[in-house]
Every structure is written in C-alpha cells, then in structure tokens.
Write a protein that binds this ligand. Structure first.
Ligand code: ATP
Length: 485
C-alpha cells in the first residue's frame, strides 16, 4: 500500500470506530492521536507519542478497531494492528475524527452564545501550553497556585485501583492541553483524587516552569465568585481564572444546584479549553451521575478522558502505609502494617489517620510498636460499613458533650483555650471520619475559612504525638462517635 492508501484506510477505520455505539465518546478522540505508518505482514502499524495512548489503543479500543478493520473493504489483507510509541511524533490535530470536528464546532457555537468574548478558533497546530510565555514564577505566584507540597507523584502509590488515573494524570502533566482535555477523575472520598490533582500541578511546573497553575476546590471557586459579585470585582475574578494554563478543580460535585456559579465556571472552562489550556476536574461520581448540573456542562466534562479511582486492594493499602511510614521515618514491621491495612479498607485518609494514632500512642508511652500495642489502639476504631457513615453532627455533639460545652460554643467565635481546643478536635475528627472537604467543614463551623480547618487538623495531628491528654480525648470521642452508630 502507498502512504496515501494507508492514510485513507486508517481514516475509514477511525470513522467506523467513531460510529460504533459500544465505544465511549471520550475514547474516540484518542484515534486522532495515532498516525498510520504502513502495512507489513498483515499488520497495520500505528505510531503514537505517549505510552498512555498506546495502552488505550491496545487495550480499551482494540476490539472496536479490530471490528472496524474487518468491516472496512479497503483493509483486506490487514489482520492486526500494532501500536508503536514515538516520542518525537508530532500529531496534526487539524486532521481529527468526524466526531472531534463536530465537537469542536459545537464548542465554538455553544460558548459564543454565553460568553461576552468571542472564542478563539481552535489552533490548527498542536501547541505547547506556553505559546504566550509568561515571566517565571515569583513567590507570590507559587503561593497563588495553592499546591500542597505533600502531594506529588513520587509519594503516590500505584496499584490496580488507580493505575489508569495515575497514567492519565502523568500524561496530562507531560503534555498539557494536548491529549486529554479535560481530564475528569472520579471516585469515592479519600481515595487520592486531590493527591493526583496537586501532583499534576507540581509535575507540570517542573517540566514547564513558566506554566501558570491554579488549584481550586469548587467551594473556593464559589466563594471567590460570590465575593467578586459582592465587591464588584467580576473582571478580576475572570482574569484570575482565565489567565491560567492549567486549572485544577477539586470536588466539582459541590457546584450542584448553584446555577450562577456553574455559569461562571462554564465560561471559564470554555475560555480555557478554546485557548488550548488544560483543565482537570475531580468529582465523587462520574459526570452522568452529577445531579443539578446543566446538560451542556456535563457533556463538556466528557470531551476528554474520564477515569475513575477505586478502593485499593490490600497490597496497595500496605504499600501506601509503608510509604507513609518511610516518609515519617517510622520503623514498623510489615506484619503490623498489614494488620492495619486489613482493618481499614475503604478510605485511605482513615488508613493514614490510624497509622498516626498508632505512632502517637507508641511515642507517648515510649513503647515499641508491636502487635499488642496496635490492637489496643485499634480496639475502639471499629471500621464502619458504608451505610453506617459518621455524620458531622454526631462528632460535634459528642465533642461538645465530652468537653461539657454547648454545640453553639463549637460553632461560635470564642477563643477561650478549652473551647478552641474542643473546636479543633471536632474539626480534626470531621476531616478524619467523614468525607467532607475542608471548605465544607469550615462552613459547618460558623463559616470559617478552609485554611482554619487545615490548621486545626495539622495542630491536632501534632498534639496527638506530644500530649497524652489530647491523645486520650481524641480516642475517647472517636470511640463514642462510633459506638453511637
Ligand atoms: N495511592 C496513594 N498513594 C499514597 N497516598 C495516597 C494514595 N491515595 C490516597 N492517598 C492519601 O490519602 C489521603 C486522602 O487522599 P485525597 O485527599 O487525595 O482523597 P480524595 O479522593 O481527594 O478525597 P475527597 O473526595 O474526600 O477530597 C491523602 O493524604 C493522600 O495523600
């Protein structure tokens, strides 16, 4: 076959795959990232730039591509396809699949009707996210990105449950706005979505130091939006969010039912996407299951790549604990890590919290961490099943009871030492035992900022290791909360 014939056959195959109702729409765009290189010994050779695209074509899309080959008359003589990775490959995105072209058209139309600014036409050439270089980051900009130092790819443990989400995140960081835009990561609370978001931000900045990154929880986005209206600073709000190269949006489900904030987000999303800027979104459910969102927004979430994170298996949980122990320079036998990992299976935050309690107990009592110590500590931390979730109101009521305070004391502004400590313990436990995000917990405690909750969590985690009284209080309140269920 000549080069042109191979191109023609590949175009027919991609059209057939795009017409296949069994293929997820979010995967169809991947075909446009493959370049046919030729046919030899019955195999069609395709080149792609990334390992990740190779895996998608080879695994997720293999059945659909094979069936499209069988249906394509010009492909007689092709019995198989082989995908090779060529990191130097430049893909011409102007040659997309039929599906991609329709979507690109729709994006321009849809955004034109909502946005004051006419959207820029999609670039014909793939571009780096830095086609308009900005000055290197100063300290201020680094703080503005709001990235958490702790959450990086090298502290993230890869297992069966998160392998795909991790690979997609790395691919996005290595080539922002080129392959998977948006990247949508979903999964239950405490399984590592926020960790991956921050890791994408850090790694992207390492690779492209001039990239402007912004991490935002959807609650912070909402608050920013509301404040911008209240203070008549709409233009500054738009500027802040639309001038970034990489926007990382955490827990999008919290925009549920907030029509005006959604509208603001929709404009931001369109502007960034149209200007070839990367957006990564996390949620506790996949787009289809998000309630209270407009259809036009949900369909945009599915433009790029959807990937979930599942509950980690035992090996991964042990590996996570081992990594955490190494980071904290704790010497703990594998047998003990394994024991803890078998007790807490559905939330990694809870798993890590348990390790902190065990080490705190050992250091307060100046004991070695052995099995009997671990069993003593875990005695009261009975794992709850899913329909037996801890409610924040339980934590607040039990904490108030324990300290002989009223619930209003905990919600209120008093800085009296005892009340402040009780409030911080209640915040700590809300973070540890419920799926609530930091801003949500802040709201619960009289509309406090999420940084206050973060501070409380850090402070109590530290006091657990240093002050026996605090350790006992936290353990006792936890036991009461759990026994009350
Ligand atoms: N694979 C992993 N390797 C190492 N640490 C992990 C991994 N997955 C999760 N964690 C840790 O578990 C904790 C909870 O993770 P994270 O906050 O990212 O969860 P989440 O899915 O965003 O939860 P939520 O929906 O409640 O915000 C963090 O301390 C994170 O570092």
């Amino acid at each position: 076959m000549t080069e042109d014939e191979v191109q023609g056959v590949w175009a027919q195959i991609t059209r057939a795959v795009a017409d296949d109702p069994m293929v997820a729409r979010s995967l169809i765009g991947q075909l446009g990232l493959a370049v046919p290189r030729g046919v030899g010994a019955g195999s069609l050779y395709l080149a792609v730039q990334y390992d990740f695209t190779q895996r998608l074509l080879d695994h997720e899309l293999r059945p659909a591509i094979m069936s499209a080959i069988a249906k394509t008359p010009d492909a007689t003589g092709i019995e198989n396809f082989i995908v090779l990775v060529d990191p130097t490959l430049q893909v011409d995105h102007s040659v997309g699949t039929a599906e991609q072209e329709t979507e690109a058209d729709q994006s321009v139309d849809a955004s034109a009707s909502f946005d004051e600014q006419p959207p820029a036409a999609a670039p014909a050439e793939p571009v780096r996210p830095l086609h308009e270089p900005s000055p290197r980051h100063g300290r201020r900009e680094i703080e503005d990105s709001r990235l958490n130092e702790k959450y990086r790819f090298d502290t993230f443990v890869i297992g069966q449950s998160n392998r795909f989400a991790h690979a997609a995140s790395v691919a996005v960081a290595e080539a922002p706005a080129r392959a998977y835009n948006p990247l949508f990561i979903y999964g239950d609370s405490g399984l590592g979505k926020t960790h991956l978001l921050h890791a994408i931000g850090h790694y992207t900045r390492e690779l492209f130091p001039d990239v402007r990154v912004r991490y935002v929880s959807s609650e912070d986005f909402t608050n920013d939006f509301i404040n911008s209206i209240a203070n008549n600073e709409g233009a500054a709000f738009h500027q802040r969010y639309r001038s970034v190269d990489l926007l990382l949006v955490d827990d999008i489900q919290f925009l549920e039912g907030k029509a005006e904030t959604q509208e603001a987000f929709f404009h931001t999303f369109n502007t960034l996407h149209d200007h070839n800027k990367q957006v990564v979104i996390t949620s506790d459910v996949q787009p289809k299951q998000l309630r209270g969102f407009e259809e036009r927004m949900l369909s945009r979430f599915e433009w790029g790549l959807l990937t979930d994170i599942q509950v980690p298996d035992l090996e991964t949980r042990i590996a996570i604990l081992r990594k955490k122990a190494q980071r904290e320079q704790l010497v703990i036998e594998d047998e003990i890590l394994e024991f803890i990992a078998t007790k807490f299976s559905s939330n990694i935050r809870e798993l890590e919290g348990t390790l902190i309690r065990v080490t705190a107990f050992a250091s307060l009592n100046q004991q070695r961490i052995d099995m009997s110590l671990v069993q003593t500590v875990l005695k009261d931390l009975i794992s709850l099943d899913d329909d037996n979730e801890v409610q924040p109101s339980d934590i607040i009521n039990r904490t108030a009871d324990y300290f002989d305070l009223s619930v209003d004391d905990l919600y209120g502004q008093s800085r009296a030492q005892q009340i402040a400590l009780a409030r911080q313990i209640a915040m700590y436990l809300c973070r540890e035992l419920t799926p609530l995000s930091l801003p949500k917990i802040g709201q619960l405690f009289g509309g406090r900022d999420h940084t206050t909750v973060m501070y409380a969590h850090k402070k109590i985690a530290q006091l657990l290791k240093e002050r026996r009284a605090v350790y006992n209080q936290v353990m006792e309140i936890t036991a009461r909360v759990k026994q009350a269920r």
